[in-house]
Design a protein around this ligand. Structure first.
Ligand code: URA
Length: 230
């Protein structure tokens, strides 16, 4: 075989596309700028590139009711990423993730619990537009948005992803399992550890879940504190 590394790359691409198809993704975006050489093609995309490609997105029906696309916010590269399900009322109004009650709870977890600054974390959602009445995003909506989340993950290159709530965890991990089965252990998403935990809004309504959620967060902290892998 003349180029085994290209063959292996092609197989990785095929595995990735099969995996995305299994999650309901039936299209992949093209790079905004055509690459004029292999180096440019392999150069990592920036968050700005991805946001530019998202544009004034109309790839699913959620655009109809939105005021703002809530792309996500945080540093271009950071070890800690949080993924929720979708923007709510305040997030849609302001164009920023985790602003309302759930946002206050998440900020408390980051600042008081993890002793980190919220602005040092990358916060985003499965879908970037508010589902009507805060319903769960539907498969066509997560299918349209998931390639962008994957590209954000590739750009940010976190050491750990905390998936907030059953919807975010199940879609990210391609699982139908309930939260009770998903949480309590570390999952793997293409080499990145994923920790599912309760959604901050659930913790507002059900404070007795704060203790197991804290155990999940401590799992994430242990990964962040571990020496970097080569
Ligand atoms: N809930 C989410 O899942 N994401 C937000 O951005 C706000 C509330």
């Amino acid at each position: 075989m003349p180029h085994p590394e290209l063959w292996s790359l092609a197989q990785d691409v095929r595995d990735y596309l099969d995996y995305m198809a299994s999650l309901g993704v039936d299209w992949m975006p093209r790079p905004a700028q055509p690459a004029d050489n292999l180096g440019a093609l392999l150069a990592p995309e920036t968050l700005d590139d991805i946001r530019a490609d998202l544009g004034d997105c109309r790839r699913c029906k959620l655009f109809e009711g939105r005021n703002h696309i809530v792309f996500g916010e945080g540093p271009a590269e950071t070890p800690l990423m949080f993924v929720g399900d979708g923007p709510g009322l305040e997030e849609d109004r302001l164009g920023r993730p985790f602003q309302g009650e759930a946002g206050g709870m998440l900020t408390g977890i980051i600042v008081k619990g993890m002793k980190r600054r919220r602005e040092d974390c990358y916060l985003t959602n499965l879908v970037k537009c508010r589902p009507p009445e805060n319903r769960d995003p539907q498969p066509d909506e997560t299918g349209a948005c998931l390639p962008f989340l994957h590209r954000q993950i590739d750009a940010v290159r976190p050491r750990v992803i905390v998936a907030l709530g059953r919807t975010a965890a199940a879609i990210l991990l391609g699982s139908n399992a309930p939260m009770a089965a998903l949480r309590g252990r570390v999952h793997d998403l293409r080499g990145i550890p994923v920790i599912p935990t309760y959604h901050p809004q659930t913790l507002v309504k059900t404070p007795e879940l704060k203790r197991p959620a804290w155990e999940d967060i401590q799992r994430a902290m242990a990964i962040l504190d571990a020496p970097p892998r080569n």
